[in-house]
Design a protein around this ligand. Structure first.
Ligand code: PRX
Length: 656
C-alpha cells in the first residue's frame, strides 16, 4: 500500500453485520443455478467452462478451452469461431423467437419503441450493411458516443457482426476526453446523435463531439442519429445522417465467423495515472461468461422475465448486462433513456409497474438516492412483478441493502451483490440466487469457475476473519486481454504486484468473515468511486493543474452518504485570482468538467497555501482525507514539515 492509501472508514461497519437471508424454498426450487456447480467447477475447471461455452452457437468448435502458456495473455476457446452478433440476434430468430420482444425502449419524454428479435435482426443488418458501405473492415475501430438510444445498441452489434472493434465513450465525457480516446484507438468512424433528452430537456451532443473531432485525423466520418431534431453544426462530406445512410440498406446481412480471440471492444477506464486505459475484450470467452453469469446470477427465464439493468451503455455494466449477456440469452429487457427523477422521482417504479419488470439491476448510489427521496415513493407503485434485485459498482452498505430488500423487494426476494470490473468483463463474485444464504453488504463467494482470494502483502492467503488485497488466482474467460497499445502497462498494472504467484491484482481491499465470505472494502489505490463511476485522483489533479491559475492540486475521494465517495480537491493558486474566491472555485469546477466531464466535477475545492508531503515529496492524501471527512487528523510523523497541517486547517475559509 502506498502512503496515500487506506480504506474508507465508513466501510468498517461491514464487519459487524450479521443478518442472514436464506433463499425461499420456492425460489430455490426453480433456480437456474445449483450448489453442485461449485463442486463441478472445482473438480474440472476446463470442463465446467466448456459446458458454459455450449450456451453459444459456434461456427467452428474450439480445440482447447484455455491457453495460459503466454501468461498474462490468455486465449480462451482456442481455434473456435463464432459471430457475436449472430449469437445475440439471429440465432433467436432462427429458433422461432423472432416475435419475442428483445427491447422495450422507453424514452425520457415518454415516447417508446418495442423491438422484437426480428426487428433487431433487421436493424442490426441494415447498420452492418451501412458500416460496410463506408469501407470499414474487420479490426477497424469505431467510436460511439450516444445517449441510451436503440441505435447505440444497433451500432454495437453491427460492429460485432463485422468484426469491427467498438469503443463506446460515456455521454458525460467531455470533448477532450472523447478526443483522447479516439486518438488512442485511432477510430475511423464516430457514431453520435444530434442531442439527447436529459432531465426533461433536450441537451446538445453534436456540438461537443464536433469539438472533439476538430482535431482527430483518424476520423473519416461522423454518423449522426436524429434524436432531438435540434439545429446542429454540420461538416459536409464528413457528417452523415443515420437515416440517410442506414435506412436505405437491405435488411439482411450474412454474418461472418471470427476467431474466438478476435477483438470485440475497447472500453476506457481510469487507472492510477492521468491517462485512461483502453481495456481490450475479445469475443468467445467474453460472450461465454456474459451469457453464463447473466443466466446464473439473475436467474433469467427468457420466456417470462422482464429484465432491467439501469446502467448506461457507456460503462462495462451496460456492455455486458444490457447488450451482450441479455441478448445472447434471448432476454426481454427494458432500456430507459433518461434520468430517474424525470419527470418525477417515481419514474423507475412507474416503469417497473408498467412493464412488469421482474429483475432489476442497479447501483448502490441510486438506492441511497431513493432512500433520500423516501420510501413513500416506491410504496405508491405496484412492484409485485419483481422477483430478483441486483447491485453493482461499489460496496453496498448493509442499511442500503436492507432498505432495497424491504422497500423495493417487498421483503421477499433475493438480492445479488455483484463484484466485478471493466477489466473482468463480467461478474466474478456474487451470491447465487436460490443457493446462497445472503448477507447484506457481502458479495460473498467467487462464482463457480472463478478463483479469487484475499492475500497479504506477501501474496499469502489471509485466514477467515482477515483482510488484505483481493486477487484473482486463475484466468477467466471474460478477462481483459490487454490495454490497447500498451503491453507494458498491462503487465505493470495488474500482474506485477503478485508476479511470483501469477495473481491478477484487482486494486480492491477485501476481508473474509468467519465463514470465509468476501466483503469488499473499496479501492486501495488512488482510484475514486463516485456514484459507481471510476475516476482517478491523478486524472482530476492533472485537469486542475492544467488551469493557468493553479500551482498545485491534490485530490481525494471523501466518503459521501449518497454517492459513495465525493471528489474533494485542495489547490494552491498561482496568484491571487481576480474576483471572489467563490468565482475562482466555480471556474475551476467548470474547468474540470471541460477537461474530463461533468462526472469528475469536484464536490468541493478548498484553496490552501500548503499541501502535506512526505520527505520524498509524495502528497499524503490520507491526511487530506481526514480534513475532507471532518476527522481528527491522523499520524503526521512522516510529514516533511509537521507544521503544514496546522497551516492548512487554519487557512481554510471554506471548511468542509
Ligand atoms: O472497487 C470495485 C468497485 O468498482 C470497481 C470497478 O469499477 P468499474 O471498472 O467501473 O466497473 C464497475 C461495474 C462492474 C471495482 O474495482 N465495485 C464494483 N462492484 C462492486 C464494487 N465494490 C464493491 N462491491 C461491488 N459489488
Amino acid at each position: 500500500m502506498t502512503e496515500q492509501s487506506g480504506q474508507s472508514p465508513a466501510l468498517d461497519n461491514l464487519s459487524t453485520e450479521s443478518r442472514v437471508f436464506p433463499p425461499s424454498a420456492e425460489f430455490a426450487a426453480q433456480a437456474n443455478a445449483s450448489a453442485q456447480w461449485y463442486d463441478d467447477a472445482d473438480a474440472d475447471r476446463d470442463a465446467f467452462w466448456a459446458t458454459q461455452a455450449e450456451r453459444l452457437t459456434w461456427a467452428n468448435k474450439w480445440s482447447r478451452v484455455v491457453d495460459w502458456d503466454d501468461a498474462p495473455f490468455a486465449k480462451w476457446f482456442v481455434g473456435g469461431e463464432l459471430n457475436v452478433a449472430y449469437n445475440c440476434v439471429d440465432r433467436h430468430v432462427e429458433a422461432g423467437l423472432g416475435d419475442r420482444v428483445a427491447i422495450n425502449w422507453v424514452g425520457e419524454p415518454g415516447d417508446s419503441v418495442t423491438i422484437t428479435y426480428a426487428d433487431l435482426q433487421r436493424n442490426v443488418s441494415k447498420a452492418a450493411n451501412a458500416l460496410a458501405e463506408l469501407g470499414l473492415n474487420a479490426g477497424d475501430r469505431v467510436a460511439i458516443q450516444m445517449p441510451m438510444l436503440p441505435e447505440a445498441i444497433y451500432s454495437m452489434l453491427a460492429c460485432a457482426r463485422l468484426g469491427l472493434v467498438h469503443s463506446v465513450v460515456f455521454g458525460g465525457f467531455s470533448p477532450t476526453a472523447l478526443r483522447s480516446r479516439i486518438d488512442d484507438a485511432q477510430a475511423r468512424l464516430l457514431i453520435t446523435s444530434d442531442g439527447q433528452y436529459r432531465r426533461g430537456k433536450p441537451a446538445p451532443m453534436k456540438e461537443s463531439t464536433d469539438e472533439a473531432t476538430a482535431e482527430t485525423p483518424s476520423i473519416e466520418h461522423v454518423l449522426v442519429v436524429r434524436r432531438t431534431g435540434a439545429e446542429i453544426p454540420w461538416t459536409e462530406g464528413r457528417d452523415l445522417w443515420w437515416h440517410d445512410v442506414v435506412d436505405k440498406q437491405p435488411d439482411t446481412h450474412t454474418p461472418e465467423a471470427f476467431d474466438a480471440e478476435h477483438p470485440l471492444f475497447i472500453l476506457y477506464t481510469s487507472g492510477t495515472t492521468g491517462k485512461p486505459k483502453g481495456i481490450l475484450h475479445t469475443s468467445g470467452g467474453y460472450l461465454t461468461q456474459a451469457a453464463y453469469t447473466h443466466n446464473a446470477v439473475f436467474d433469467l427465464k427468457p420466456e417470462t422475465d422482464v429484465y432491467w439493468c439501469t446502467a448506461d451503455i457507456g460503462w462495462i455494466t451496460g456492455h455486458t448486462y444490457i447488450v451482450y449477456g441479455p441478448l445472447a440469452n434471448g432476454a426481454t429487457q427494458v432500456v430507459y433513456e433518461g434520468t430517474p427523477n424525470t419527470p418525477h422521482e417515481g419514474r423507475h417504479f412507474e416503469i417497473i409497474q408498467q412493464h412488469g419488470v421482474t429483475i432489476y439491476y442497479t447501483a448502490p448510489t441510486l438506492i441511497r438516492t431513493f432512500m433520500k427521496w423516501g420510501e413513500q415513493i416506491p410504496a405508491g407503485y405496484d412492484l409485485s412483478s419483481l422477483r430478483l434485485l441486483g447491485s453493482v459498482g461499489e460496496p453496498i452498505n448493509p442499511e442500503a441493502w436492507i432498505w432495497y430488500r424491504k422497500h423495493i423487494g417487498g421483503d421477499r426476494i433475493p438480492i445479488v451483490d455483484t463484484w466485478w470490473q471493466t477489466e473482468t468483463g463480467a461478474i466474478m463474485i456474487s451470491p447465487l440466487p436460490g443457493v446462497t444464504e445472503a448477507k447484506p453488504g457481502s458479495a460473498q463467494r467467487p462464482l463457480p469457475g472463478i478463483s479469487a482470494a484475499i492475500v497479504d502483502e506477501a501474496g499469502k492467503e489471509v485466514p477467515a476473519g482477515g483482510g488484505g488485497y483481493l486477487v484473482l488466482t486463475q484466468p477467466w474467460p471474460s478477462m481483459l486481454r490487454g490495454i490497447w497499445g500498451d503491453e507494458e502497462r498491462f503487465r505493470e498494472t495488474y500482474w506485477s504486484r503478485f508476479a511470483d504467484e501469477g495473481f491478477y491484482f484487482a486494486g480492491d481491499g477485501a476481508k473474509y468473515d468467519a465463514d470465509g465470505d468476501i466483503w469488499l472494502l473499496g479501492r486501495i489505490d488512488d482510484v475514486m468511486n463516485v456514484s459507481g463511476h471510476r475516476i482517478s485522483t491523478t486524472e482530476v489533479e492533472s485537469a486542475l493543474v492544467s488551469h493557468p491559475s493553479v500551482a498545485e492540486a491534490a485530490v481525494v475521494g471523501a466518503t459521501d452518504a449518497t454517492t459513495g465517495q465525493g471528489i474533494v480537491a485542495f489547490v494552491i493558486l498561482r496568484n491571487r485570482p481576480e474576483g471572489t474566491p467563490e468565482a475562482a472555485v466555480s471556474e475551476l469546477r467548470d474547468h474540470v468538467a471541460k477537461e474530463i466531464g461533468p462526472i469528475a466535477k469536484p464536490r468541493q475545492i478548498l484553496v490552501v497555501t500548503e499541501l502535506p508531503k512526505t520527505r520524498s515529496g509524495k502528497i499524503m492524501r490520507r491526511l487530506l482525507r481526514d480534513i475532507a471527512e471532518n476527522r481528527e487528523i491522523g499520524d503526521t510523523t512522516t510529514l516533511a514539515d509537521s507544521a503544514v497541517m496546522n497551516l492548512i486547517t487554519e487557512g481554510l475559509s471554506n471548511k468542509p
